[in-house]
Design a protein around this ligand. Structure first.
Ligand SMILES: Cc1ncc(COP(=O)(O)O)c(C=O)c1O
Length: 430
């Protein structure tokens, strides 16, 4: 894990050493990488830079907010934390109570803890089991790593207690085919029957398993989970850390299925990547139950709900709304799908899937090269030609900023399709 030129270490999710890429500056969706040409951030930094670098309105908010109130204790309220919690509740559909945190992982830990405390307060102290999906990602430290279903992402391996259960994602891990809603229902009902509904506290789900391979579930999936959670009295926690704030083409991806989660966790794009802020929204009905039973929530984090972060989030939300970026994401989706479909039949491509600004190109083994190797070659070729995509597990992930211009979209798609065509030709030639 040792790097040569700095006194910090970096690695990828799986703990692999990373090349020492030094990003020296950024402007809009573009970054300058030392020793390279500038490149378009088709991965929005780390899926968070929703409005690109150096957005003047966000920068102004930082300065104004720092001048006005440079910090606020998590035991107090600030005008911006009040305004943001109200805004989030409204965006989510109303009647949610918000708790701020600092990262997607800590939001998920808070959500897990609330789900368990809820059932304890209601007299079901044995309802502690957390169900989540194979290949899901909910964080890689603390309890969040145990919620994470992707083996390679769990720093400390499998949990040594039976309170974390991982069920199949919506995609068959062996064949790659999507399960039908009936198959999914049977799997979940079998799991519930074997554990006992009286032991299950919550079900965590990402609307799209993005880090786990851009697994897009079949239509009706979240509706089905909502129905089953109601039936078996399980708290439904929807992790919108990646999918939230417009990336799906809606404010939140769960809204496309018209469900109401019990708890929603948020992070990343909430401040468009300009400040470490995250949040958990709890249905007020659950919050009221906790209050009624005088359950202490004890979730004080020194920097959570920082007024600067809350002010930035308010401005970022205002920009996404004012500039109609959810609609823009939906119309970009058509262009992205149509262009990527042009390369879908190439022999190195196994599947292209996604929607909104969340796409994955999955490769297959070809001419003696593994899919993982091919994905890495494609990503390297893209970066060399001015576009950053993320390769892992034989897949490249593409999730550009929401305010990508038409030219930037054309550039991104041209670099990616050129790279796939070039690598196909190279590998076919042996
Ligand atoms: C769906 C999802 N949940 C949670 C997290 C963890 O967020 P953080 O890295 O801010 O702790 C991530 C990060 O990639 C994520 O994609």
């Amino acid at each position: 894990m040792k790097n040569n030129s700095t006194s910090q270490w970096i690695e990828d999710f799986e703990g692999n050493n990373m090349p020492e890429t030094i990003v020296s500056s950024g402007c809009g969706g573009w970054v300058n990488i030392e020793g390279n040409e500038r490149a378009y951030e088709a991965v929005s930094g780390h899926s968070c830079l929703n409005l690109g670098h150096g957005h003047s309105e966000l920068i102004d908010v930082v300065a104004d907010s720092l001048k006005n109130l440079s910090y606020c204790s998590p035991e107090h309220l600030s005008p911006s934390s009040i305004a943001l919690s109200e805004r989030l509740s409204t965006l989510l559909g109303g009647n949610y109570m918000v708790k701020y945190s600092l990262s997607g992982s800590s939001s998920n830990e808070i959500a897990l803890s609330i789900a368990r405390r809820r059932w304890k307060a209601l007299g079901h102290a044995n309802k502690t089991v957390c169900i989540s999906l194979d290949r899901s990602y909910h964080g890689n430290l603390g309890q969040a790593q145990y919620v994470t279903g992707f083996e390679a992402f769990r720093v400390e391996g499998r949990p040594d207690n039976t309170d974390f259960v991982h069920i199949s994602s919506a995609r068959n891990a062996n064949t790659g085919a999507l399960f039908s809603l009936t198959e999914i229902q049977t799997q979940i009902e079998n799991t519930v029957a074997s554990i006992g509904a009286e032991r299950i506290a919550c079900l965590f789900v990402e609307p799209v398993n993005f880090a786990g391979g851009v697994i897009v579930p079949p239509k009706g999936y979240l509706k089905l989970l909502r129905k089953l959670c109601d039936q078996y009295e399980i708290t439904l926690i929807v992790d919108e850390v990646i999918t939230g704030f417009g990336r799906s083409g809606a404010w939140f991806a769960f809204q496309q299925e018209m469900i109401r989660p019990d708890i929603v966790t948020m992070g990343k794009g909430i401040t468009a990547g300009y400040f470490p802020l995250a949040a958990v929204a709890v249905d007020k009905r659950i919050y009221d139950e906790l209050q009624h039973h005088q359950v202490p929530l004890k979730m004080v984090i020194t920097m959570a709900g920082h007024p600067v972060g809350c002010s930035i989030a308010l401005k970022a939300i205002e920009i996404v709304e004012r500039d109609n970026l959810c609609a823009q994401v939906t119309s970009n989706e058509q262009v992205i799908r149509a262009t990527l479909n042009l390369i879908a039949d190439l022999p190195i491509i196994s599947e292209i899937r996604g929607f909104g600004h969340m796409w994955g190109l999955e490769f297959c083994d070809f001419n003696g090269y593994s899919s993982a190797n091919i994905a890495t070659q494609v990503a390297q070729d893209c970066e060399h030609n001015g576009c950053i995509v993320a390769a892992a597990d034989g897949i490249i992930r593409i999730n550009p900023p929401l305010n990508m211009s038409e030219d930037e979209c054309d550039h991104m798609l041209k670099v990616i399709t050129d790279a796939v065509n070039t690598i196909t030709a190279n590998l076919a030639a042996g």
